[in-house]
Design a protein around this ligand. Structure first.
Ligand SMILES: [Zn+2]
Length: 111
């Protein structure tokens, strides 16, 4: 947890804010700041982890949305060709959802 930097820490004994990096003890009352620093670092680290998990989740959701777009692009491409028009129309209506799920699975396996 040493990578977490704290500018100021609140002294648990006198409640004053002091520089956390330079003071092992409070310059105002002489109380130990070790516990307060440890608590603050733990709090910041937990917030960091929560933020990382949030970012991961967002990235995963964006990825899945992209996969779905790729499938729709493929269907549109097929639908755009003269020969594929009828097939794609049928696929889009009857089996679109099934095909989408199926292709999504295929995309995931590839990666
Ligand atoms: Zn103090």
């Amino acid at each position: 947890m040493s990578d977490i930097k704290i500018d100021k820490i609140c002294c648990e004994y006198c409640g004053s804010y002091v520089d956390a990096d330079e003071n092992e003890t409070c310059p105002n009352c002489g109380g130990s700041l070790k516990d307060a620093i440890l608590k603050e670092k733990t709090r910041l680290r937990l917030a960091q982890i929560a933020e990382e998990e949030r970012q991961d989740k967002l990235a995963k959701e964006a990825k899945e949305a992209q996969d779905t777009d790729e499938v729709f692009d493929l269907i549109r491409t097929i639908a755009g060709s003269a020969a594929g028009g009828a097939i794609a129309g049928a696929l889009g209506r009857a089996a679109g959802e099934f095909l989408k799920e199926d292709l999504k699975g295929a995309f995931k396996k590839k990666k």
